[in-house]
Design a protein around this ligand. Structure first.
Ligand code: 5AD
Ligand code: SF4
Length: 470
C-alpha cells in the first residue's frame, strides 16, 4: 500500500525524471475479454485526457466500454478536487456504487485522479468505503493494468498513490473521444502554489515533455486527419523551464504552428509567465487560434497578493491590452474567484470594474472553496456565504450581459466553424469558431464532421450563436 503525503507533494527539490515508455504486461493483455467498463470523469481537460488513456489501457486488457454504469463490471471514477462540489459529486457517486455492489458482488470499483492524491480522501476510503477495490494517483496512471489485475487476483483493496512524482511516461495508449480535436499534454504539474489551489499538491511539480515527443504526437495527429490540437498543462506557459535553457512555450507554439495542423489551442496560461514571444507567435500564425484563457481570479491587487498570484491588477491589465493590441480579433476568457478570505466590498468592486474594462468573452466564476492543506485555509474570513453568493450573482449578471452584447455584435458576420456534430434535434450542426464561440447552424447541403465551413451569424445568445452556412 502507498498512501499520499502532502509533505512530499509540496517538495520541489531538483530531480531528473526517467522518461520511460509504457508497456503492457503480455500476461494480462486481453485477460478481461467479455467484461465491460465505465469511466466517469470529473473536472478539467487534463482529467478528460487522462480518461482517454485509461479507456485505452482498459481496452488493451480486453474490457469493452459501456455508457451505462449499471451495466458495467468495472467502474472507475476519475476525480477532481479543485472545489468542494467536485468532491461531493464523486462521493455521491460512490454512494450509488455501494448500492449497486450490494446487488452485483463482483463489480470492480476504482478511484483515481486528484482526489486520490488527498490523504483525507484515502483515509476515508480505507475507513468507510471498503467496497472500493482500488485507488491510484495521478502520478502512476500507467500502472492501472497491473493494479486492476492485482485487485482481482488478490481480492484485496489496493491503494497505490505516490506523492513524489516518478517517471514521465511516454507512449501511453489513447482512445480519443473526438476524431477531429485532440488534447496533447505538454507539461504536467504546477509550481505556482496560488494559496487557494490544491493542484500543486495533487499534480506535483512542473515536468515538461520533450519537444520531440510533443511534435511527433502532433505530427501523428495530422496524419490521422485531426483538425485541432489543444496543448494542455496546468500552466502551459511554464513549458520547457525545467528542461531547456533556451526553448520555451513561445518556441514550442511556433514549432507546432509550422506543422500542417489547421487549429492550435492551448490552456491554461498563468498571466505571470505570458511572454512577449508567445504574444508575437499567436499573432503571427493564423493556425494558432486567436483565443486565450487568461485567469485573472480577482481585480484587487490586495487580494491577488493574498492569493499569491505574482501580478497586480495593473500588470494584468497591461498584459491583457498587449494581447488585444497584438493579436487581431483575439477573444480572452477568464476565471474569477469571489469571496476569497479578506475580500471586502471594495475589493469585489475592483473585480467588477476590471470585468467592465476587459469585457471578457467568457468567464468561469466561482465562490472560494476551502481546500484542506492550502495556505488560504488559514486566512481569516469574515464574509458570510450569503454575501459571497450575492457577489457571485452580481458578478454573473454583469459578465453574462457582456457576453450577450459581444455576441450580438457578431450578428451578420461570417465565422469559420469546425463542424463537430449535429444538435440533439438533428436539425442543426454545431461547432466552434476560431475565437472559441459555440455556434449552432443550419446548412442546405450535408456537411461532414471535421470540415471547416463559413457560417453567417443570424442570432446571438449569451453562451452561443446561431447561424447559417454560406
Ligand atoms: N476555490 C474556488 N475556485 C478555485 N479555483 C481553483 N481553486 C479554487 C478554490 N479553492 C478556480 C480558479 C482556477 C479554476 C480552474 O478553478 O479560478 O483558475
Ligand atoms: Fe492552481 Fe493554476 Fe495557480 Fe497552478 S496556476 S496553483 S493550477 S490556480
Amino acid at each position: 500500500m502507498h498512501l499520499p503525503d502532502y509533505k512530499e507533494a509540496r517538495s520541489r527539490d531538483k530531480r531528473t525524471y526517467n522518461r520511460i515508455n509504457f508497456t503492457l504486461d503480455k500476461n494480462i493483455e486481453k485477460k478481461y475479454v467479455g467484461k465491460k467498463y465505465h469511466v466517469k470523469t470529473y473536472g478539467c481537460q487534463m482529467n478528460e485526457h487522462d480518461s482517454e488513456n485509461i479507456c485505452a489501457m482498459l481496452e488493451a486488457l480486453g474490457f469493452t466500454k459501456t455508457d451505462d454504469y449499471l451495466d458495467a463490471d468495472l467502474v472507475i471514477l476519475n476525480t477532481c478536487s479543485i472545489r468542494e462540489n467536485a468532491h461531493n459529486k464523486a462521493f455521491g457517486m460512490l454512494g450509488r456504487l455501494k448500492h449497486l455492489k450490494n446487488e452485483k458482488k463482483d463489480l470492480l470499483i476504482g478511484l483515481c485522479g486528484c482526489m486520490a492524491q488527498e490523504r483525507s480522501v484515502v483515509d476515508e476510503i480505507l475507513k468507510d468505503y471498503k467496497f472500493v477495490n482500488f485507488v491510484f494517483g495521478t502520478h502512476n496512471l500507467y500502472e492501472l493494468p497491473k493494479i486492476i489485475d492485482k485487485a482481482v487476483e488478490e481480492n484485496k483493496q489496493q491503494i497505490e498513490v505516490y506523492s513524489r512524482e516518478g517517471d514521465l511516461v511516454e507512449g501511453l495508449p489513447v482512445i480519443r473521444s473526438n476524431s477531429y480535436k485532440a488534447y496533447v499534454n505538454i507539461i504536467y504539474g504546477c509550481d505556482k502554489f496560488c494559496t487557494y489551489c490544491i493542484v500543486p499538491y495533487t499534480r506535483g511539480r512542473e515536468r515538461s515533455r520533450k519537444k520531440e515527443d510533443i511534435l511527433e504526437e502532433v505530427n501523428e495527429l495530422v496524419k490521422d486527419g485531426y483538425k485541432e490540437v489543444t496543448l494542455l498543462g496546468q500552466n502551459v506557459n511554464a513549458y520547457g523551464k525545467d528542461l531547456y535553457e533556451d526553448y520555451n512555450m513561445g518556441d514550442l507554439l511556433e514549432d507546432i504552428a509550422k506543422l500542417d495542423i489547421p487549429r492550435v489551442r492551448f490552456m491554461t496560461s498563468h498571466p505571470w509567465d505570458f511572454t512577449d514571444k508567445m504574444i508575437e507567435v499567436i499573432g503571427k500564425y493564423p493556425n494558432i487560434m486567436p483565443s486565450v484563457h487568461l485567469p485573472v481570479q480577482s481585480g484587487s491587487s490586495k487580494i491577488l497578493k493574498l492569493m499569491g498570484r505574482r501580478y497586480t491588477r495593473e500588470s494584468y491589465l497591461e498584459l491583457f491590452h498587449k494581447i488585444k493590441d497584438t493579436v487581431p480579433g483575439v477573444t480572452i476568457s477568464t476565471d474569477i474567484i469571489v469571496g476569497f478570505p479578506g475580500e471586502t466590498e471594495e475589493d469585489f468592486l475592483e473585480t467588477m470594474s476590471l470585468v467592465e474594462e476587459c469585457r471578457f468573452d467568457n468567464a468561469f466564476t466561482f465562490i472560494f472553496s476551502e481546500r484542506e492543506g492550502t495556505p488560504a485555509c488559514k486566512l481569516e474570513d469574515n464574509t458570510s456565504l450569503k454575501e459571497k453568493e450575492e457577489r457571485l450573482q452580481r458578478l454573473n449578471e454583469v459578465v453574462n450581459s457582456i457576453f450577450l452584447e459581444k455576441n450580438k455584435a457578431l450578428v451578420g458576420k461570417t465565422l469559420k466553424v469546425l463542424v463537430e456534430g449535429t444538435s440533439e434535434k438533428k436539425d442543426m450542426y454545431f461547432g466552434y469558431s476560431e475565437t472559441n464561440k459555440l455556434i449552432n447552424f443550419t446548412s442546405d447541403k450535408d456537411i461532414l464532421c471535421g470540415d471547416i465551413v463559413d457560417v453567417e451569424i443570424t442570432d446571438a445568445k449569451t453562451w452561443s450563436l446561431d447561424g447559417k452556412r454560406i
